[in-house]
Design a protein around this ligand. Structure first.
Ligand code: PLP
Length: 435
């Protein structure tokens, strides 16, 4: 069967917008499904910055797998390496057995990413998802310090398993736990009070006050830019002050770089530009470069106090992902070209958004590098704009506590032409909903 004669089903949640969502998905897949509601069509192939549905309609993808496809869909260099590996019967599933694919990935990771940045991290393969990486980070921080409390930040997102959910802000997602989520204390993220309260005044005060009720924390977990939380950008000086406070108080600093890592904000690790060296780093989403499940938990060597098998998982050794991850690093991170391009394209988006906000009002803009948010004063207009954009051939999602932000996560590799086209579609959508 070729793609052309794949069965389509016109029973759409929104008739008239294309092939719709097949009835087996509407009826058999759980109500928990999400993205197929906002984008009610059936996708079949994808290449670069474009994803195609079964009617042959192409959509410009400014969502990029929620940031898992920083180098676009099915990058030819990575695909060739993957096909070659599979055709030679390379190991697919390997737990944490030693394999050639893992050896080569680690060598490349060390040579091309860690050494040039003066970083010395041990690498744990914690299971293939972002939340797996966060769970390993929290567990290790607690084991290393013998303390249980974790400090997180307002509007943080760290994943959906119980440990990661306990340090996540969103009340709807927290409610899904069904049990109390404990041992985490939220602190205000940068600019939470619009610059009125001095940075870390509250945090330092409760640390010092034996009557504050705050247990001495094992670790602080932070995102340098909060993606799910609404594209909230922490200033570099704020991150430095946080790292400094953690060092002074003997609290471990965990940077959750699951979404902002792998070049999303410019440098490979989003914290590089702040000049900080976190104790623990979580990496997932775009690390395989191909949309294959893969995650890493990185930590300073002195924290490597795990005993063998103390934390494990069946899918830690996703070897095809190691192959594409190695190729992605070799292809994109041998020099700083992609970092410079990301800064340039990010500025371009920022300029366009600032101009749009000037032109029509009702909007603000926030972002860093290639994560850029268009913030609507009236929250429901953000989803309305995304719907119009979808109907005009573009994927973009909303984020933020009230879904008030259109969050752009285009592939870092998109062309200027594609970038302009996407910005044109979104600008028109914003104009329509605000007029
Ligand atoms: C997506 C994300 C996670 C969770 O990753 P999953 O693969 O969905 O478990 C954790 N932290 C951040 C910052 C993320 O963006």
């Amino acid at each position: 069967m070729t793609i052309a004669d794949l069965p389509t089903d016109d029973k759409s949640e929104k008739p008239g917008t294309g092939p719709g969502v097949p009835s087996i998905i509407l009826n058999r897949e759980s109500e928990v499904r999400g993205y197929c509601r906002g984008w009610p069509t059936t996708f079949t192939t994808a290449k670069g910055s474009w994803i195609t549905d079964t009617s042959g309609r192409k959509y410009l993808d400014f969502f990029a797998g929620a940031g898992s496809l920083n180098y676009g869909h099915n990058h030819p260099v990575l695909k060739e390496a993957l096909l070659d590996y599979l055709s030679k019967d390379g190991i697919t599933h390997g737990l944490d057995m030693a394999t050639v694919a893992k050896k080569e990935f680690l060598e490349t990771f060390e040579e091309k990413l860690l050494k040039p940045r003066g970083l010395d991290y041990k690498v744990q393969f914690p299971g293939p998802t972002g939340t797996n990486s966060v769970e390993a980070a929290l567990k290790l921080a607690r084991k290393a310090t013998g303390r249980e409390a974790i400090i997180n930040f307002t509007n943080a997102f760290h994943g959906m398993t119980l440990g990661a959910l306990s340090v996540t802000g969103n009340s709807m997602k927290r409610a899904g736990a069904g049990i109390p989520l404990v041992h985490a204390t939220p602190m205000p993220y940068d600019n939470y009070f619009g610059g009125v309260t001095e940075d870390f005044q509250w945090f330092e005060r409760v640390l010092d006050d034996s009557g504050s009720g705050l247990n001495r924390p094992a670790a602080v977990i932070v995102e340098t830019v909060q993606g799910e939380g609404g594209v909230n950008v922490a200033r570099y000086e704020w991150l430095r002050a946080l790292a400094d406070l953690c060092a002074r108080r003997d609290i471990l600093l965990i940077v959750d770089d699951v979404q902002m890592g792998c070049g999303r904000t410019g440098p490979f690790f989003s914290f590089e530009a702040a000049g900080i060296k976190p104790d623990i780093v979580t990496i997932s989403k775009s690390i395989s470069g191909y949309g294959l499940p893969m995650a890493l938990t990185l930590f300073k060597p002195e924290l490597d106090i795990w005993t063998p098998g103390e934390h494990n998982g069946t899918f830690r050794g996703n070897n095809p992902a190691f192959v594409t991850a190695r190729l992605a690093i070799e292809t994109f991170w041998a020099d700083n070209a992609i970092e410079l391009e990301t800064a340039r394209k990010g500025e371009k988006i920022a300029e366009r958004f600032e101009a749009l906000a000037q032109e029509i009002g009702g909007l603000q803009h926030r972002g860093r590098g290639m994560v850029q948010g268009l913030v609507f004063d009236e929250p429901e207009l953000a989803s309305a704009a995304c719907e119009i954009a979808f109907n005009n051939g573009m994927l973009a999602e909303t984020s933020g506590p009230s879904d008030e932000v259109v969050k752009l996560l285009p592939p870092l590799t998109l062309t200027d032409e594609e970038l302009n086209l996407g910005l044109d579609i979104l600008s028109d959508a914003a104009r329509q909903v605000l007029r």
